[in-house]
Each structure stands twice: as structure tokens, then as C-alpha cells.
Design a protein around this ligand. Structure first.
Ligand code: HEM
Length: 419
């Protein structure tokens, strides 16, 4: 591939095999200038907007993340401009700057400390056990829909105190919201239909949580919804609209990422049998580094955007102007040779592993990182002990997206066993 053939704005580029994507980003990282401009092609339904600057190397992604006062999130974090009517449902903390961001993060972060997670009824391990026991006798499954997607979804649903009967409803709506560029999730790719589907999905999710939130104000329970509707910072509580958009962020950000980490994890372990055997020989010791390596290699979130807040903000020799859009390519930064030796190698003992799969160091670093790590760990603990010869059996059916490095379907097989 020639550098002139790389068009990050063209969905066709994202349909190419992952090896070609890696080759293209390696070329972009090798350019003499670390900051370069790209003309946009907005996804259907999104306004065209102006072009954007790309950061593809680790050092610059980290630098921009560390300076939210210069590279802010409050003017949008997607490449395409969100239609204004989206803000009601999708304008949560990920799109806020200080002081509102830190106020919001203080209210919700108590629901994500390891201690609070431990105290919740939603026990990640028992949910993982239930899912793996449920498929053990079958000997084959679609690993994404029957395992990887189910775990984070069920954990959030249980944590929030939402009835399990709503699980499928929530799953379908999150697919529509983040998978809208893929015809499997939104078959009619007419821009008006896409915008309508995303808005309807947002409104339906908001309704689910607002009803539960109203109930918890009167009838507190040991769940995250109760913690969120009763938490106060400086005398302020979350409004019903803030609760709804935060819930939508949680289900979307928490489900679509962890599920893809787990699915890529099985695929990576299958394609690297030495690493599978290594982990199986000493699961607990290797789990912490294996999880980080799965997140680095998978990089479920391909990029997030920032906007320059003032003229003269710099990265290296490049001077930005206020309003410039800057895209942080996390997927690329996680393959930067300057930081990761032999970056294309999947090494479950990799140390150090300063990946930016959960975002760079800064205020927007993933709120659910503890939970995500825990989910991936227990998923593989259950799988590798109960179904030790589980392997992916065929190439992943990948999501067509420049934002989520998703796997829609992944066949898996193992020797059937009694649950
Ligand atoms: C492997 C799993 C996960 C990955 C790879 C991941 C990735 C990320 C990334 C890259 C960001 C940074 C956004 C930015 O740069 O603006 C982020 C933020 C966030 N993540 Fe995660 N995430 C994962 C799991 C979760 C889970 C399980 C939850 C919750 C249930 C969650 C909730 C959030 C929230 C609320 C934010 C916004 C934080 C803020 O703006 O302060 N994530 N995540």
C-alpha cells in the first residue's frame, strides 16, 4: 500500500484486513511530521464539518490527553459533528470539560471504585460462570453474541438493578447506537433513517432508566441506580436527564468495548497457541499483564477527538488554531515501536505496557477500567478452566467502523462438557 492510498475518512479503508490497517498506520507514524491534516468524509447523517488533525504516535496522543485545557472534549469527541438533537441523550461526561466534568465524575465515580464494585450484588464472577455453564454442553457457539457481549451487558443490567428481561432490548439499542455504519445493525443506510434510529434508541434507553431512577428515589436498593440518584456533590444531585445520558454512556461505553476485548482476546489466544498454553499454565500470575496486552492489541476504541481551545496551542512544531479538531488514534499509538518493542507480537507477559487502550492519562481516562479489567479476567478464568480447549474457529466477522474495533460474530468450538 502507498501512503497516498490511505484515506482514513473512507469507510472502505476500515473494511480492509487488520494487517493492512496496521501497515497503513505504521506508515503514518513514520511520517516526518507527527501532526498531519485529513479531509473528512462524515458518516451518513452527520454534518461534514471541517477536516481534522491526526495524532498517530504514542507521545503526541499522551501529550494531548494530558492537556485538556488546550485540547478539550466539550466541543465533541467524534470526528463527525453530532446533530444538536443528539445532545439530550449522548451529551454525558465524555463530552464535558471542567468544572462540569469533574463535578459529574465525582458524583458517579463512587460507583466504580473496586470497593463499591465488590459490595454490589452484581457479582461479575458468578455472571461469567452462569454464561460459560450455559454453553458448556454445546461444544460450539457464536462467541460474541453468546459469551463476549452477554457478560458486560448482564453486569451493567444487574449493577443498575434493571430486570434481566430488558437485556435483549438494551443490547439491540446499543448496537444501533455504535454500529450504525454497519448495515447489519442499521440496514437502511439513508442518513435520515440512521439519525432517526439512533435518536429512537437513545430515547428508549432513557425511558428505561428514568422509570427505574424514579422508583429508586422512593425505594432505595443496593444498586448503582440508587447510588446515582442519591449521590450529592456540593449539594447537587444528578438531574433525571443527566442520569439518562450517563446510563446511555455506560451501556454503550461499557458494553461495546469489553465485549470486543473479550472477543479479540479469544481470537488472539487462538492465533498464538504458545501464549494460550503459557496463560493456561499459570493463569493467576499472568492475568494482570495478559489483560493489558489484550486491551493493547484489541484497542476496542480506535480513536477519540478533541478540539483546540486557543490559538497557539502546540504539539511539537505544529501550532494549532482555536477550533481545530484533533483526533487521537489510540489504536495506532498502541502499536508505536517507540514505546512497545515488537508491537505486533501478542505477549501476555508484556511489561511495561503503557498502552492507551483505556484512553491517555487525563481527566477522561476510562471510568470503567477496573470493571472492564475484572470482566475480561473472569471471562477467561471461567473459559480456560471449564472449556480448556476452546478456540475461535474461523475469521472474525468484523464491524464496519472507524471508531469501534468490533467483532460482530466469531465461531468458537470446544469439547462439550457437562455444566
Ligand atoms: C476493555 C474495556 C474498555 C475500554 C477499552 C474502554 C475505553 C475507553 C476509552 C478509550 C475512554 C476514553 C474516552 C476519551 O478519550 O475521551 C473511555 C472512557 C470512559 N469509559 Fe471506558 N472502556 C472500557 C470499559 C468500560 C466500562 C466497563 C465502562 C462502564 C461500565 C466504561 C465507561 C467509561 C466512561 C463512563 C468513560 C468516560 C470517562 C470520562 O469522560 O471521564 N468503560 N473508555
Amino acid at each position: 500500500m502507498q501512503q497516498s492510498e490511505i484515506d482514513l475518512s473512507d469507510l472502505e479503508f476500515w473494511a480492509r484486513p487488520l494487517e493492512e490497517r496496521a501497515e497503513a498506520f505504521a506508515m503514518l507514524r513514520a511520517r516526518p511530521e507527527p501532526v498531519f491534516f485529513t479531509e473528512p468524509e462524515a458518516p451518513p447523517g452527520f454534518a461534514q464539518g471541517s477536516g481534522y488533525y491526526c495524532l498517530t504516535r504514542h507521545a503526541e496522543v499522551v501529550e494531548a490527553s494530558r492537556h485538556p485545557e488546550l485540547f478539550c472534549s466539550g466541543k465533541g469527541t467524534n470526528i463527525g459533528e453530532m446533530p444538536p438533537e443528539f445532545l439530550e441523550f449522548f451529551g454525558s461526561m465524555i463530552n464535558l470539560d471542567d468544572p462540569r466534568h469533574s463535578r459529574f465524575r465525582r458524583i458517579v465515580s463512587r460507583g466504580f471504585t473496586p470497593r463499591f464494585l465488590d459490595s454490589l450484588k452484581a457479582d461479575v464472577s458468578s455472571i461469567a460462570a452462569e454464561i460459560v455453564d450455559g454453553i458448556a454442553e454445546k461444544g460450539e457457539c457464536d462467541f460474541v453474541t453468546e459469551v463476549a457481549a452477554l457478560l458486560p451487558l448482564r453486569v451493567i443490567v444487574d449493577m443498575m438493578g434493571i430486570p434481566r428481561s430488558e437485556e435483549k432490548f438494551i443490547f439491540d439499542r446499543t448496537n444501533m447506537i455504535l454500529g450504525f455504519t454497519d448495515p447489519e445493525y442499521v440496514p437502511d443506510q439513508d442518513p435520515n433513517v440512521i439519525v432517526g434510529s439512533i435518536l429512537t434508541a437513545g430515547a428508549e434507553l432513557a425511558q428505561v432508566i428514568q422509570e427505574i431512577g424514579e422508583d429508586r428515589v422512593r425505594n432505595p436498593r443496593p444498586d448503582l441506580t440508587t447510588a446515582l440518584v442519591t449521590a450529592e456533590v456540593d449539594g447537587e444531585k444528578l438531574s433525571p436527564a443527566e442520569l439518562a445520558s450517563f446510563f446511555i454512556l455506560l451501556v454503550v461505553a461499557g458494553n461495546e468495548t469489553t465485549r470486543n476485548a473479550i472477543a479479540h482476546g479469544l481470537d488472539l489466544l487462538t492465533k498464538n497457541p504458545d501464549q494460550m498454553a503459557r496463560w493456561q499454565s499459570d493463569f493467576n500470575t499472568l492475568a494482570p499483564t495478559a489483560i493489558e496486552e489484550i486491551v493493547r492489541c484489541a484497542s476496542p476504541v480506535i480513536h477519540f477527538r478533541r478540539t483546540v481551545t486557543s490559538d497557539g496551542a502546540r504539539i511539537g512544531d505544529h501550532e494549532f488554531s482555536e477550533g481545530d479538531k484533533v483526533v487521537l488514534w489510540y489504536w495506532s499509538a498502541n502499536r508505536d515501536r517507540a514505546v512497545f518493542s515488537d508491537p505486533d507480537r501478542f505477549d501476555i507477559g508484556r511489561k511495561p505496557n503503557e498502552h492507551v487502550g483505556f484512553g491517555g492519562p487525563g481527566p477522561h481516562f476510562c471510568l470503567g477500567a477496573h470493571l472492564g479489567r475484572r470482566e475480561i479476567t473472569v471471562a477467561f478464568q471461567e473459559l480456560l478452566t471449564k472449556l480448556p480447549d476452546i478456540r475461535s474457529n474461523g475469521e472474525p466477522d468484523r464491524l464496519l467502523s472507524n471508531f469501534i474495533n468490533g467483532i460482530k460474530h466469531l465461531p468458537a468450538t470446544w469439547t462439550p462438557t457437562a455444566a
